[in-house]
Ligand binder design. Structure first.
Ligand code: ZN
Length: 321
């Protein structure tokens, strides 16, 4: 059955080494792919996710060593949230304190406990305590975070918009989400996926637009099970909303089209296949720098400009990171 939800979220960050340390050590995610920005091969494209790198668990970064900070505003993602077991929220509050990460007081949003914090570049993150197993299928056990508390994958994103209606129509008509609740100025939509199945639209009227930079999300990608389903979404987008998506682009691990939704956020539609094990064994995900065939002839030059990064692993001293 096709899953309705997020495929991945992609953001800008500062130094790659600090980014890898935060997501693999503090949050205990698996670095599932170390490649380059296909549109700017002198820059890494780092993918974090669960053990298998399944759609709905993926957060990716374009790290730029001396990047200026972005500024939050309308037409962009306000918060990216991960799902953890509800009973683990207290453990995570301790974890953040123990690792020197400030967090806000625990709040309830749409009747779920939410712990908000930021990564070293100011990226707004949250952990949401969810009922049930929330997808325990591929929990990464290679970090210091015990598997029982591990991040299961994405919970969802909150988009900051001038108005919610036009974006909500895209979510329902094109992707098949349904509206499930309203809380103040926020409208929540849910898809069928257990991970990455939540999109919340926060409408604030006129406000400063966001400015891209370190700590800001570049785009939000939605799942399509295959090329035919992706083409059908593109058709609905054009016929029902007068929006043209780009031509399909081969991103090695999925095939993608992009479009700017009416609220100003860059949306992507990414196929579930072929996935991250297409160019390295599933057990070795994230181990080596992977390049698409067209960039292999430039490998030496690319490796010369990229800083070395080493994901944290359980039991390995921090000094190695
Ligand atoms: Zn993407």
């Amino acid at each position: 059955m096709s899953e309705i939800g997020l495929h991945h979220v992609t953001a800008f960050s500062g130094p790659a080494g600090r980014n890898v340390d935060f997501y693999t050590r503090v949050l205990g995610l698996r670095l599932v792919k170390k490649t380059v920005n296909f549109d700017d091969p002198g820059t890494y494209h780092l993918y974090y996710g669960d053990a298998a790198g399944r759609p709905g668990t993926i957060l990716t970064f374009f790290p730029i060593e001396h990047a200026a900070r972005g500024r939050a505003g309308i037409g962009e993602t306000q918060e990216t949230a991960f799902a953890v077991p509800r009973a683990s929220i207290g453990w995570w509050a301790h974890r953040l304190v123990a690792t020197g990460v400030e967090h806000d007081a625990l709040v309830r949003v749409f009747d779920e406990p939410v712990l908000r914090f930021r990564d070293p570049d100011g990226t707004a993150l949250a952990l949401v305590g969810v009922e049930g197993d929330a997808g325990t299928g591929a929990v990464w056990d290679g970090s210091d975070v015990p598997a029982e508390h591990a991040i299961r994958g994405l919970h969802g994103v909150t988009l900051l918009l001038a108005e919610a209606g036009p974006t909500g129509a895209i979510l329902t008509d094109v992707f098949g989400f349904r509206e499930v609740g309203r809380d103040g100025g926020a409208t929540r939509f849910a898809g069928s996926a257990a991970l990455g199945g939540v999109v919340t639209l926060r409408a604030v009227g006129s406000f400063l637009p966001g400015r891209p930079g370190a700590g800001s999300v570049h785009h939000v990608a939605f799942r399509a099970p295959d090329d035919a389903a992706q083409a059908a979404m593109v058709e609905r987008l054009a016929a029902g909303h007068g929006i043209a998506a780009t031509e399909q682009r081969d991103r090695s691990y999925f095939r993608s089209v992009y479009f700017r939704e009416p609220g100003g956020v860059l949306f992507e539609i990414a196929t579930d296949a072929p996935g991250f094990a297409v160019d390295e064994p599933a057990d070795d995900l994230g181990g080596a720098l992977k390049l698409p065939a067209g960039l292999e002839r430039m490998r030496a030059e690319i490796e010369a400009v990229l800083p070395a990064v080493t994901p944290a692993r359980a039991g390995r001293p921090l000094a190695e990171v």
